[in-house]
Design a protein. Structure first.
Length: 279
């Protein structure tokens, strides 16, 4: 092919994946980070052909603000790629440096929350493990809402939950994430400092929870003992009542028997007197 022939930038990017394409900072080839089937759907999609051709790093901001209203990979029965995934593939092609990525992450407000999510996704795909943790962990405190669309439909999520998925899961947005070493290993290698949770020291929190449980259990045991004493008192009262009732019943029956016997004796005496009068 002649050198004067113009080639579309996405086709040129895909054709040079094994020759002169620059590798990502984590050592991976940016053209092959996404699966082949996903790449083919992105390149053939209408959004890619209309909105992603001839786009630079600055234009990505406008495209996200105008066209991205949810995060996700593919959706629908035909597994159509989302604008979010198409722009992520465009960032893989553009390969912005750390300064541009930092500007993407610094954008705030409701209008640019999907730009931050896109930048986080790109960082997870292309940066080294220690840089991924250092750049993404501050956004675990971002409570802004996001819409997430997939094959099952649209669901509500948050920026911090999306970032947590990037740090913990193996597949996000129809893309297999490269396996990072665990944070504990990076801390042992002195590549990262131990992370301090905004909630405080986890050991102190666990100790406080144990103390609260002990206090609650102790109070509950005392109340159980008191209730047991009350039940015992009530049972004693019931026994006393039952014994008094039985004694009263016994007395009444004995009185009835004595009255019946006296009546019988009186009848016998009267019959005896009548017999003597007859004689």
């Amino acid at each position: 092919m002649s050198k004067d022939t113009h080639r579309a930038d996405e086709r040129r990017f895909l054709d040079e994946r094994g020759s002169s394409a620059a590798l990502a900072p984590n050592g991976l080839n940016p053209a092959t980070i996404m699966e082949k089937a996903v790449r083919e759907r992105i390149v053939d999609s209408y959004f890619w052909k209309e909105q992603c051709f001839g786009v630079n790093e600055a234009d990505v901001v406008d495209r996200v603000a105008e066209h991205v209203s949810f995060v996700g990979g593919t959706y629908g029965g035909s597994q159509k790629p989302t604008p979010f995934l198409c722009l992520a593939f465009k960032l893989l092609q553009l390969a912005p440096d750390d300064g541009v990525v930092a500007e993407y992450l610094a954008y705030g407000g409701e209008r640019f929350k999907y730009l931050r999510a896109l930048a986080c996704f790109y960082v997870r795909l292309t940066r080294r493990a220690e840089r991924v943790h250092a750049l993404l962990e501050p956004f675990l405190e971002d409570r802004r809402k996001l819409r997430r669309k997939g094959r099952a439909g649209t669901a509500l999520t948050f920026v911090d939950q999306f970032v947590d998925d990037l740090l913990t899961k193996d597949r996000v947005c129809a893309t297999s994430l490269w396996q990072m070493p665990k944070r504990e290993i990076l801390e042992d290698l002195d590549l990262l400092e131990p992370r301090v949770s905004p909630l405080g020291d986890i050991e102190d929190l666990l100790a406080e929870d144990e103390d609260e449980d002990v206090d609650m259990n102790g109070h509950g045991a005392d109340s159980d003992d008191e209730e047991g004493l009350i039940h015992e008192d009530r049972s004693d009262r019931g026994r006393r009542r039952s014994t008094s009732g039985s004694s009263d019943r016994g007395g009444s029956t004995s009185r009835h028997r004595s009255r019946s016997r006296s009546r019988d004796d009186m009848d016998v005496d009267q019959s005896h007197d009548s017999s003597e009068d007859e004689r």
